[in-house]
Design a protein around this ligand. Structure first.
Ligand SMILES: *Cc1c(COP(=O)(O)O)cnc(C)c1O
Length: 399
């Protein structure tokens, strides 16, 4: 008999768990979009978004879009047809952004680093040095690849770029990581950062954000043509309220975002990074213990390269799919599917699963989730090592 009745828990890497405060803030009558409270409210979002991204002066363009929309928005402002982009890839999402660039007529130079390791910054530098006629306009980097759960070091990527004197912009995909992982747009020399509303920002899918600094603005000014809707210029510095969104504002999402940013301000961004770091270590401790006596492995072996937002795990087929089904139907917890993790004997990658632990998650949710996984192993007869839950509790006690 299923014991799933109760509050369900969507533990996939986005959309993430939505706080009641966000839902309550959205539950209201339509506001006047021509004048009044919402105009002021939206202006007030910008400094708080800058705080989350740790930037003093970057502009922010907000689009009614998901992360894919933000990818495209960022590209159309700085990469024209025939320009080139350099894409170091550590999983599915780099390929997705690269495809977007190809769709816009850009030439893509992709450096493949597989699904289990991070960049070699020296190879990125070498590609830039080889670009004698400066065709490469940007390096597209995923901060966290949500499929492999690898976190890349953007500051060292920037240092490698700087060592070459190449003027390419550093564009960072922080859809999975913003509001979760340490990120410092200014200090790390990120020129353009894209994110979405539905992961660390704890708001339903529907808002895409592009942050851009002065260097990116200068590059935008060189473009011969940028499609009107995606042009970040009016959105970043609107003379009229409708220009923020190129039309009607996403009213209710904005109220949700206001509530989420209030929560982020109240907790403090560094504390938020710390909470996610501890909760991630808690999951790793349990997974490592289970792996001692069974097939479970973490996709990323090196702790220093593991994301604090999402964890990709491999159980092997058919266990991965069985476990996901059991957790959802018997225990009310939905785990993420494996993404881009095909193996020769498992073309759909069903042996993989992912745990999303980004945004509105805390100790009892993560310990509960790990308890559910343990119950799933027992119930399905999946071999596993002992002591996972006490190892997890010990990580929490360490803090
Ligand atoms: C989720 C995600 C995206 C895509 O976002 P959508 O809202 O699904 O379009 C892009 N990049 C990363 C790193 C993501 O985690």
């Amino acid at each position: 008999m299923s014991l799933a009745h109760g509050r369900p828990y969507l533990a996939i890497p986005g959309p993430s768990v939505m706080p009641d405060a966000v839902l309550r803030a959205m539950h209201r009558a339509s506001p006047n979009i021509y004048e009044g409270a919402i105009v002021e409210m939206v202006a007030g979002l910008i400094p708080d978004l800058r705080y989350v991204a740790q930037t003093a002066a970057a502009k922010v363009a907000i689009y009614i879009a998901n992360g894919h929309g933000a990818w495209e928005a960022a590209l159309v402002n700085v990469v024209g047809e025939g320009d080139k982009v350099l894409v170091p890839a550590t999983g599915r999402f780099a390929h997705g952004w690269a495809e977007m660039a190809r769709g816009l007529g850009a030439e893509v130079e992709l450096i493949e680093f597989g699904t289990k390791s991070t960049y070699d910054p020296a190879l990125v530098a070498e590609a830039l040095r080889n670009d004698k006629d400066r065709k490469i306009k940007a390096v597209l980097a995923s901060h966290v690849d949500t499929a492999t759960s690898i976190r890349n070091d953007l500051a060292s990527l920037r240092a490698a770029m700087d060592s070459t004197g190449h003027p390419a912009l550093l564009m960072a995909d922080c859809v999975a990581s913003l509001g979760v992982e340490e990120f410092r747009m200014d200090d790390w020399g990120v020129d353009i950062m894209v994110t979405g509303s539905q992961k660390g920002l704890m708001v339903p899918p529907g808002l895409g954000f592009v942050f851009f600094n002065e260097k990116a603005e200068a590059r935008r000014a060189e473009m011969t043509r940028v499609s009107r809707y995606w042009d970040w210029v009016p959105r970043g510095k609107p003379d009229f309220f409708y220009e923020y969104f190129g039309g009607t504002a996403p009213t209710h999402h904005l109220y949700g975002l206001r509530a989420a940013l209030d929560m982020i301000r109240e907790e403090g961004i560094e504390q938020i990074w710390h909470r996610h770091a501890v909760l991630a270590r808690t999951i790793w401790a349990a997974a490592e213990a289970w792996g001692q006596g069974g097939p479970l492995t973490l996709n990323v072996a090196d702790r220093g390269l593991r994301s604090h937002a999402v964890t990709a795990l491999r159980l092997g087929a058919p266990y991965g799919a069985q476990l996901r089904k059991w957790c959802e139907t018997e225990a009310g917890v939905t785990l993420g599917i494996g993404l881009g993790m095909a193996e020769p004997d498992d073309p759909m990658g069903t042996g993989f699963f992912r745990i999303g632990h980004m945004g509105h998650v805390n100790t009892h949710m993560i310990l509960g989730l790990l308890g559910v996984l343990e119950a799933g192993f027992l119930s399905l007869g999946i071999p596993h090592g002992q002591g996972a839950l006490s190892a997890a509790a010990a990580e929490i006690a360490k803090g």
